[in-house]
Design a protein around this ligand. Structure first.
Ligand code: IVH
Length: 695
């Protein structure tokens, strides 16, 4: 091995080690910056030695798109589902059947695991270099017999090892050909963030983390999958032919952790069904506190020998069962439908419900999204509906319930013809589901804008909640976001609220108005407002409430342009250079800044002393450290376009070929540079080859 190869190998091992600590064990021992630095070192070494780049390198998680959808591939052994039990009695029945079928001499013990609510996945590992093993394939369950090859997408999931070293294989007692099965889940934090983004982009939020994970894993854009932060929990360890690799399920789970997979720590070997029931009960209590969704507990017979003896019924094993939790839903009556105005003027119908307790919280409102949704549900006021809280705080109406106890409602809901707050005209753009209030001065819009601006994750102004904002508007102390920064203690002292007091002697009730914010809280609030000035460009951009500009887009824009001035001066074309910004988003940004009152607002915020700059992102993209030489006529790109593209991705374009050149991009009628490249053994690619590098 050369020096460089050694260095690269050592760096990769180090990076894998830290990724395992971070993504699997949630226990990093170095800072993000130190980690980034290691990755950068590896990237630049790999750029110098492109021949040493291997698919299992930590730099290669996001690769090319699958060209023609996903290929269908047969499973090593069918991926089955589980039979469900819903009660203690049913579980005890199952236990009795297991014992009976296994025979009197069988030693029955169970392993309890959480039933994670995601999608199942089979990962095939095959022999790699130096006795290691590498991820060769990821298959969805499909119809059970054949799955879809989604390898490009599962590779982007950071808790899935791209390779397992010979040492780890040895320690776990596992050959270099093996298969892991488990669940791909979307953690709740990632789900909520994704939905906030969707909302900011005017898209309907995804219904639940499982649907979102399922949709994501079948996306044809690996870089989108990489951003969605999916996770993987392993629960089966099999041979390449799909047979059990170890004699016990509990051992298999431990071996999986040794191999570097994430295995749910909530797992336990249980000798009796009583102990299993206690585990189920505890899981039900913990359900609300986990960072991901579970919908039950899976109980498996521990011994794989006994498993084989028990065998299968048509579609499910006899040796395992799912104790399913009841869905977190409830049935209640729709008392009314109200329409709320959001900060972009969007009108959202909301069902006002007879309060009902769902999974420990009282629910009295549920979103109906838009007029189409009400029509789809066939909902009338007075109807009884099923409400679910799926992995999210916002409850959703799933269906209208009609039976003997739940008669139909009678009042048809009509979408208002005018804005419920300012009575201006409302419009519905062709092709869009939402109605919007057209009045930019609609008090509801200003109220919602202020609340958004002040909220956590945006400008973080604690103490600026609904009551304070309502009073600020009532007293006309704030007419735009910028006015927040001119507020004084005397202004805040004017804010009032009504309190009801009872006279101790007479028992009479009296209503008194009183200061809404006391002297100390006023002080704190002003300090909060002051410190929000340094939140930085990304937060201000997000806070402005530009359509389609959510937290992530704001961050990317801030890193790309570095200042509000540069961003405001950017053309639609400039804006679209930012990853994830397409014509729709760029147009919304342009429209926002073309409006003089918005430019005015930005000027005032600037004058108030808000930080309107951000650190520009260093261009450490795909082509970082690579040198290109262009020669001949390319079929689609002009010389300048090709150069701009390479440079935008961090590469360098040089005029002459030398040993240091990494690639010569050759088109038609390429001349002496091509000969020189061949002479020096420099890699020659065509335009398509160049495009491949950007993927
Ligand atoms: S065992 C044949 N273990 O639940 C054995 N499944 O209907 C089936 N699931 O398709 C899988 N957590 O997607 C097993 N700890 C766990 C699980 C689990 C979630 C899912 C899996 C499966 C479905 C069962």
């Amino acid at each position: 091995m050369t020096d460089a190869a050694h260095k690269i190998d050592a760096l990769r091992e180090k990076i894998r080690h830290h990724e395992h600590l971070y993504y699997v064990l949630d226990a990093p021992t170095i800072s993000d910056a130190e980690y980034d630095d290691l990755v950068r070192q590896l990237q630049s070494l790999e750029a110098e030695h492109p021949d040493l780049v291997t698919p299992d390198s930590p730099t290669q998680r996001v690769g090319g798109k699958p060209k023609e959808g996903f290929a269908k591939v047969a499973h090593s052994r069918p991926m089955l589902s589980l039979d469900n039990v819903m009660s203690e009695e049913e579980l005890r029945d199952w236990d009795r059947r297991v014992r009976q079928l296994a025979g009197p001499d069988a030693d029955i013990g169970y392993v309890c695991e959480y039933k994670m609510d995601g999608i199942s996945m089979a990962l095939q590992y095959r022999p790699g270099a130096n006795g290691s093993s590498h991820l060769a394939r990821g298959l969805t369950r499909g119809d059970g017999a054949t799955g879809e090859d989604v390898t490009t997408n599962v590779r982007t999931i950071r808790s899935i090892p791209l390779s397992v070293s010979a040492a780890h294989l040895k320690k776990a007692g596992v050959p270099s050909n093996f298969e892991v099965r488990g669940e791909v889940v979307m953690p709740l934090a990632a789900f909520r963030k994704a939905n906030e983004e969707r909302e900011a982009q005017g898209l309907a939020p995804a219904a639940n983390p499982r649907n979102y994970a399922a949709g994501t894993i079948r996306t044809l854009e690996p870089n989108i999958v990489a951003q969605r932060r999916l996770d993987f929990y392993a629960y089966f360890l099999l041979t390449e032919r799909g047979e059990d690799l170890l004699p016990e399920q509990a051992e298999a789970l431990d071996a999986l952790t040794t191999l570097g997979f994430r295995v749910n720590p909530h797992r336990e070997a249980m000798p009796t069904i009583d102990k299993v029931l206690a585990f189920v009960e505890r899981a039900g209590e913990q359900r609300e506190t986990l960072g991901y969704e579970i919908d039950g507990v899976v109980v498996k017979v521990n011994s794989t020998q006994v498993q084989q003896r028990l065998g299968y019924t048509g579609r499910a094993p006899r040796w395992a069962v799912a104790f399913k939790f009841t869905a977190r839903g409830g049935v209640t009556q729709v008392e009314d439908i109200k329409v709320q105005v959001g900060r972009t003027g969007k009108l959202t119908p909301v069902a006002v419900l007879t309060p009902v307790s769902i999974g420990g919280t009282t629910v009295s409102r549920a979103t109906l999204h838009n007029a189409d949704e009400i029509e789809r549900l066939g909902l009338k006021i007075g109807d009884y509906v099923k409400v679910e809280r799926g992995g999210d705080v916002i409850p959703k109406v799933v269906e209208v319930v009609v039976d003997k106890e739940h008669p139909r409602g009678h009042r048809t809901f009509h979408f208002p013809a005018r804005c419920p707050e300012c009575h201006s005209e409302i419009v519905r753009t062709e092709g869009e589901a939402d109605y919007r209030c057209v009045n930019i001065d609609c008090p509801a819009r200003l109220r919602e804008s202020l609340l958004h601006f002040a909220s956590r994750g945006v400008m973080n102004i604690e103490g600026l909640g609904e009551a304070v904002v309502a009073e600020l508007l009532e007293h006309k102390l704030v007419r735009s976001l910028a006015d927040l920064y001119a507020l004084t203690d005397a202004d805040l002292a004017q804010l009032q609220h009504e309190v009801v007091t009872t006279d101790k002697k007479t028992g009479q009730q009296k209503t008194r108005t009183q200061a809404l914010v006391g002297p100390k809280e006023r002080n704190d609030l002003l300090a909060e407002i002051e410190s929000s000035k340094s939140a930085g460009l990304a937060r201000v951009l997000f806070g402005l409430g530009i359509r389609f500009v959510g937290e992530r887009t704001a961050q990317l824009l801030a890193e790309e342009f570095g200042s509000m001035d540069a961003l405001m001066a950017a053309s639609a074309e400039d804006l679209e250079r930012v990853n994830e910004v397409g014509p729709r988003v760029s147009q919304a940004i342009r429209e926002f800044f073309d409006e003089s009152r918005n430019r005015d607002l930005v000027r005032k915020l600037d004058k108030a002393g808000l930080v309107m700059t951000a650190e520009k992102r260093k261009r450490t993209s795909q082509l970082e450290g690579l040198t290109f030489v262009l020669t001949g006529t390319l079929p689609n790109l002009s010389r300048d376009e090709a150069k701009a593209k390479i440079e935008a991705a961090g590469g360098r374009v040089s005029g002459s070929v030398s040993k240091k050149t990494n690639y010569v991009v050759a088109g038609e009628d390429a001349g002496s540079k091509l000969d020189k490249a061949r002479e020096l053994g420099v890699k020659v690619i065509d335009e398509a080859g160049l495009e491949d590098l950007f993927r």
